[in-house]
Design a protein around this ligand. Structure first.
Ligand SMILES: [Zn+2]
Length: 309
């Protein structure tokens, strides 16, 4: 298949992670209270999780609370104030369908959370953990680096810190003075939007001809000021000499020429390695953002189903 076609085909069919073995099935841990701490009114609804687990926890006898951290003012077309009211009302209806009776709206401004000191949000969440004393907490994965939503990142990081600190007496002792008790949450379920993609892991390879690799290698060492230091070849030769070794290809070359040759090898080596891994002689690999990437929930469907008119 032509290289260009190969890339186009790869973009259209999507990228499937290497098959892993089945995961161990986990029954809900013992307990009676859970908190779903999520930035937005609808974060329990997506295909990647929470709604089903919430339903199951309720079925297993848990009492649940939905902590809606933002005011969702940007989500909807009714205007900021009205969006807040409508979304809060709909959260209450939706989570009631799952079996949660109470929504705790913290009402931080949606898509404006970087202006909130991390400590303030963390303190509020620590207080909630001490107040509700959950056995289970559900939230976004604070180490799921590829979540594009700034509220998701902000809330999950503050929550992870709150979970780490809520059991320590020296952390916000004013809570204890006010009558709350220390609480460490034993069980946490994290999820993230895997449909945002694999983040910084390459998801495409672009095939190169040998001539293209040669130009890439030359362009690399033409930055002589930073890349062509004859002393590096001198040091390598000395190290080889000390071990009774030699590289025949470097013999007869000046230190500068040897340095350039070594740099070219680096470019050929990495291009050939990426090529070998992807079934072509030479390649570069990228994390490619495709035309449907701004629709993460739909992109795989679109890649598989769109056709020219
Ligand atoms: Zn969200």
């Amino acid at each position: 298949m032509a290289h260009g076609l190969r890339l186009v085909a790869a973009c259209l069919v999507g990228f499937v992670a290497p098959a892993a073995g089945p995961l161990p099935l986990l029954d809900p841990p013992p307990g009676k209270t859970f908190l779903a701490v999520l930035p937005h009114h609808d974060d329990h609804t997506h295909e990647y999780g929470f709604g089903g687990l919430i339903a199951r926890l309720i079925d297993e006898g848990y009492r649940g609370y939905y902590v809606r951290v933002t005011n969702d003012e940007k989500d909807g077309s009714a205007g900021w104030g009205e969006n807040d009211l409508v979304n809060e009302r709909e959260t209450q209806e939706a989570v009631r369908a799952l079996g949660i009776e109470e929504v705790i709206s913290l009402n931080w401004r949606n898509d404006h959370m970087d202006s909130i000191p991390h400590h303030d949000l963390r303190a509020q969440l620590i207080l909630l953990l001490r107040r509700y004393r959950p056995d289970v907490v559900l939230s976004y994965d604070p180490w799921g680096h590829y979540d594009r939503n700034p509220d998701h990142r902000k809330v999950s990081r503050a929550l992870a810190d709150a979970l780490a600190l809520s059991g320590f007496a020296n952390v916000h002792p004013e809570h204890l003075a006010a009558g709350w008790k220390l609480h460490r949450v034993p069980f946490v379920f994290y999820a993230q939007r895997f449909d945002y993609g694999k983040g910084h892991e390459p998801n495409v390879a672009v095939a190169l001809t040998e001539k293209q690799v040669a130009r890439k290698a030359r362009a690399y060492w033409l930055h002589r000021n930073v890349r062509v230091h004859p002393e590096s070849a001198r040091a390598l030769r000395a190290a080889l000499d000390a071990r009774g070794l030699r590289v025949p290809e470097l013999e007869g070359l000046s230190d500068e020429e040897a340095t350039i040759r070594i740099q070219e090898w680096r470019m050929y080596w990495i291009s050939a390695r990426h090529g070998r891994e992807n079934g072509v002689p030479f390649a570069e690999v990228f994390y490619f953002v495709g035309e449907w990437d701004h629709l993460p929930g739909l992109k795989d469907y679109l890649r598989e189903n769109v056709r020219p008119k």
